[in-house]
Write a protein that binds this ligand. Structure first.
Ligand SMILES: Cc1cc2nc3c(=O)[nH]c(=O)nc-3n(C[C@H](O)[C@H](O)[C@H](O)COP(=O)(O)OP(=O)(O)OC[C@H]3O[C@@H](n4cnc5c(N)ncnc54)[C@H](O)[C@@H]3O)c2cc1C
Ligand code: SF4
Length: 325
């Protein structure tokens, strides 16, 4: 039996959802389940706009309308979208949100009298759309030749799939790839991410994460979602889904959940303890001259990634030696 505050490693038994989803497809299976049961009357979904090459939020009113988009790694101002489309939301509503978006969205929905299930997505950082543009440059693809981009999916840990107008595809894996270097370069992260709290208290019903370092890509090919069950009602929904064979799960510990996010937690804690460092790094990485230099040459970009990654690791190590976690 799943209980409130449990940590589970779970996956959808719908093979298509699991294949298209970020990790185990629990987020998407929840949307389907709650619509089918009539427990929600609307949900947030994301539709690909092939003109802008971006995902656009949309409020949907049925499981059929919901798209399994996988994680979207470009900024979406979800709070502003929900505020502007509040009239279209039918209560109860399911909303995915990044940790920094959960409480503002929940407060807004509460104020409007809309009952909400909030599914929180663990987040190391969000990228500006420039990250995607730089990826296209690095793989030698013109924006005008792109039909669509998916950032995750196709099993665990999956990767980016760029579909071209001529039907061709370019796949960039999620480990040891130029996309991972772009992601971890921090050259494209949203300014607020330099000052993000790892231990943020949020009003979500469930927090989802990828089991980094727990599920080895050599052994696990399909994907599972780490879930921190945060409300009684969510525990009961998940038990119902498991009883009906919609999901499979095993219980895991909080320690393992934290372990899967270890690098992010260390970085965020360090930045908050040393605000001068976070501010300095932010201003260096946003400096026009610095950016122009490292982004015009792949050699300089790689040099930046190397120096930044190993420089930060040394600082974190010193902190650890000094007994700070
Ligand atoms: C910006 C970002 C950073 C992330 N960083 C981490 C991390 O550091 N560690 C980690 O373990 N996992 C991270 N994730 C992955 C995230 O926690 C996974 O989405 C989670 O594992 C859910 O997997 P799933 O297969 O159950 O969900 P799915 O079935 O794939 O459902 C997820 C749904 O979330 C919605 N969604 C996708 N992107 C966004 C977005 N940007 N804003 C709002 N809603 C969205 C879509 O509707 C999507 O279908 C990140 C995701 C994002 C979007
Ligand atoms: S890392 Fe950035 S986008 Fe993610 S929760 Fe923190 S502030 Fe929000």
């Amino acid at each position: 039996m799943i209980q409130c505050n449990d940590i589970i490693l779970a996956y959808s038994n719908d093979a298509e959802i699991r294949q298209r989803a970020t990790s185990g497809g629990i987020g998407s299976t929840l949307v389907n389940r709650l619509f089918t049961q009539g427990r929600i009357r609307s949900a947030i979904s994301f539709e690909y706009d092939s003109e802008q090459l971006k995902y656009m939020p949309r409020i949907v009113a049925s499981a059929e309308e919901y798209a399994v988009s996988g994680s979207i790694y470009h900024e979406i101002n979800l709070f502003a979208y929900i505020r502007e489309h509040i009239e279209e939301i039918k209560s109860p509503f399911l909303c995915f949100a990044l940790p920094c978006q959960v409480n503002p969205i929940k407060t807004l929905l509460d104020k409007e009298g809309i009952e909400a299930y909030i599914v929180e997505l663990t987040c190391s950082s969000q990228q500006t759309f420039e990250a995607t543009e730089y990826l296209l440059t690095r793989v030698g693809v013109l924006k005008s030749d792109v039909s669509s981009i998916r950032y995750r999916g196709e099993g665990w840990p999956g990767g980016v799939c760029i579909t071209l107008n001529d039907g061709g595809t370019i796949r960039i894996p999620n480990n040891n790839s130029v996309w991972m270097s772009i992601f971890h370069s921090h050259l494209f992260i949203m300014p607020r991410c330099f000052f993000c709290r790892a231990d943020r208290e949020t009003a979500s019903d469930i927090k989802l994460a990828d089991p980094w370092g727990i599920d080895s890509p050599a052994l696990e090919k399909l994907g599972r979602t780490f879930c921190h069950v945060k409300s009684e009602r969510m525990a009961s929904i998940l038990n119902g889904m498991a009883d009906e064979g919609l999901i499979s799960y095993e219980c895991r510990s909080e320690k393992e959940f934290l372990q899967s996010q270890h690098g992010t937690v260390v970085r965020k804690n360090y930045n908050l303890r040393h605000l001068w460092f976070a501010k300095m790094i932010k201003s260096v990485l946003n400096n026009k001259l610095y950016r122009k230099s490292v982004l015009t040459s792949s050699f300089l970009f790689d040099a930046h990634c190397f120096l930044y990654t190993y420089g930060c690791r040394c600082l974190y190590k010193i902190d650890q030696i000094l007994g700070r976690k």
